[in-house]
Design a protein around this ligand. Sequence first.
Ligand SMILES: Cc1cc2nc3c(=O)[nH]c(=O)nc-3n(C[C@H](O)[C@H](O)[C@H](O)COP(=O)(O)OP(=O)(O)OC[C@H]3O[C@@H](n4cnc5c(N)ncnc54)[C@H](O)[C@@H]3O)c2cc1C
Length: 442
Amino acid sequence: MAKKIIVAGGGHGGIACAAQLAAAGYEVEVYEKHARDQMGYDWTDIFDPKSLRYAHLPMPAKDKYEYKTNMTFIPPSGRTPVKQDVPESELEIKMERRDIYDLIITHAEKNGAKFFFSQAVTGAILAGDRVIGIETEKGQVYGDMVIDACGCESVLRASLPDVCGIQKHTNAFEKFYVYRAFYNRASEEEPEHPYKVYMLPNGRMGIGWVACEGDYSDLLIGEFEPFTVEEAEQKAAFFRKDNPVLGDKVLRGGYMVEIPVRQPLSIMVADGYAAIGDSAFMTVPIIGSGLADAFKASKMLAETIIADKSETYSAETLWPYQVKYYKALGAGMAPLALVKLLLAKITPAQLDYLFDNGILGADELTITADSTSLGSMLSFNPALLAKAKSLIKDKELTAMVLKLGKDIGRAAAVCATMPKVYGRYPVQRWAKGYDKLFRLKK
Ligand SMILES: Cc1cc2nc3c(=O)[nH]c(=O)nc-3n(C[C@H](O)[C@H](O)[C@H](O)COP(=O)(O)OP(=O)(O)OC[C@H]3O[C@@H](n4cnc5c(N)ncnc54)[C@H](O)[C@@H]3O)c2cc1C
């Protein structure tokens, strides 16, 4: 009899995994709290198209996407903007979130996965420490294992017993509270920089962007502290001053969401359980992109499940999924999470200094489709340390950057010592050391 895999939440990695497992003959059921036509956000996303092929997903029709334009990074003072220069072969694509969902859900259904929409998951069903199913608002569902694709604040992850050692909630500075809306275009003038990303805008800890997109303009405001839609409207005034294209009529979106911007979860598996996508914090820590890595992780998880000939789906047999993920992507994210923590400490004047003196330039800020590690995204290590010599005028900043270099080295060493084989005690001891690396000390 086919083994039954439950996917809790319609996250992207979960659906991509459902498609691969259903194609391999597993009975797969996906439980999603939203109705089918309410899936996803009312806006576009940017991601690496190669991740679709990697996860055996189809490419979208050509009229469903376009290639993204280069971003210009704006420092707090606005003095020295830096424009990315992404090579054509590395460009990401921009697609409507609803079209991404259409593409992957249709594909998973074609492969035989069954979807149950408008059915929220409320927690795990346990037999001892083992997850044997899910509680939903419409009743209990049992299966041979559960894939958690419920996103950043997954109720399923939060309901696991402490003994699994899996972090239940995010800590301070681990997610952005985000407001995003498409506004009318208020000026026909073509801006010199069509896609501006503001660092610490208006002296606030976070980022913002304004993208001029034909007949509308796209505003995103992300901060480490929660704020309301009304406050977002007040903050929008700051961006309007610098961007005459940004109108004041909300055409689409206009609500608050959350994005994890942190290191991947230190333990992603338990007996009968594996987390994927935002529920395992698979976003790129500074920029919050998570689609490509969730798709890539889906292949690693599906292959691990298929390779489990014992069909026990225990923490031990699912552990190779985490090992593969960290080797390919996760270990590269850890240094980026440390850089993000630096952004949480740096003052606007110090950040201006980095831009004004060319320490953060186009090379450092060129985020490409293949930017999955610090090495590929920022020429920070070891080149940054050489550059740090020119920071010498600002002693505090120099100390911060040098400490970052040390922390990055420590993170690389800790990631390299992740146990290759699962044992509850060694894995939890390793996770404790790994988590400690990212504790923010002011
Ligand atoms: C404003 C914004 C802009 C972004 N832009 C980009 C971008 O341009 N490029 C990019 O790569 N990434 C982007 N991201 C990040 C990206 O959305 C995620 O990293 C990616 O979707 C992977 O997360 P996920 O699918 O695992 O989780 P989610 O997108 O959070 O999906 C989780 C799913 O589970 C469902 N769910 C949650 N709880 C329950 C429950 N209790 N029961 C049943 N179902 C449940 C939700 O309804 C949802 O369908 C953006 C995120 C935001 C918020």
